[in-house]
Design a protein around this ligand. Sequence first.
Ligand SMILES: [Zn+2]
Length: 213
Amino acid sequence: MMGDSHISGATETPLRADAFEKSDDAKIERIQHHFSEIMKELGLDLTDDSLSGTPYRVAKMYVKELFYGLNPKNRPKVSTFDNKYEYQKILVEQNITIDSACEHHFLPIVGNAHVGYIPKDKVVGLSKLNRLVDYYAHRPQVQERLCLQILRDLQKTLGTEDVIVVVNAKHLCVSSRGIKDKSSFTTTVEFGGQFADPMIRKEFFDMVSFQLD
Ligand SMILES: [Zn+2]
C-alpha cells in the first residue's frame, strides 16, 4: 500500500515506494543506530547513563508516536451512521489539538483545528473527527498539506464536499530558531462545496469564535 491512495498528487505526503516494507521494530533499530551517530558527532558521550538510552527512546518516539500517521495501517477506522436526525446544518468540532512536526526542521507544530461539515446521508462519531486530525498531524508535515489532507479524507468519508478545515498553529522552527518570533502563529483554511459561499463560511466562523471556558 502506498500513502493515502484516495488522495491525489500534491496532497500526498512524499513517501518512498518501499516505505512500509520494513517492520516498525526494524525501523526503530536502524533509527536508533543513526541517531546515536548524530549524538556522537555532536560530541556526546553515549556511555553516560543519562544519554545511553536516548537513541532508542528517540527512534521509538519517531516510529510509534510522532510519526505513526505515516503508515496507512494506522489510520483510525471511521464508521459512519445514517443521518437519522436529518441534521442538515453546520456541525463544528472545534479546538481539536494539533501536535505535529514540520518536515523542514523536524520541530513541533502545535495548535488547534476546527472542522465543520454539513451532513448529507452520513454522520460520524464526533471523536472520530479528532482521531482523523490526530492521524494526519502525526507525520512530518507542512501546515497547508495537513489542512488539505484532513479536508480530502473527511469529504470522502462523509460522502459530501461540504467540509471546512481551519488549522491554527505555532511552528517551533519560527519561534525557537531563525526569526525567533514567539507570538506569531499560522492559520490555514481549506473548504469545498457549500463552504465556497461566503455566507456559509461566515456562519462557520461565527460558530468557531464562540468559546467554551
Ligand atoms: Zn520548520
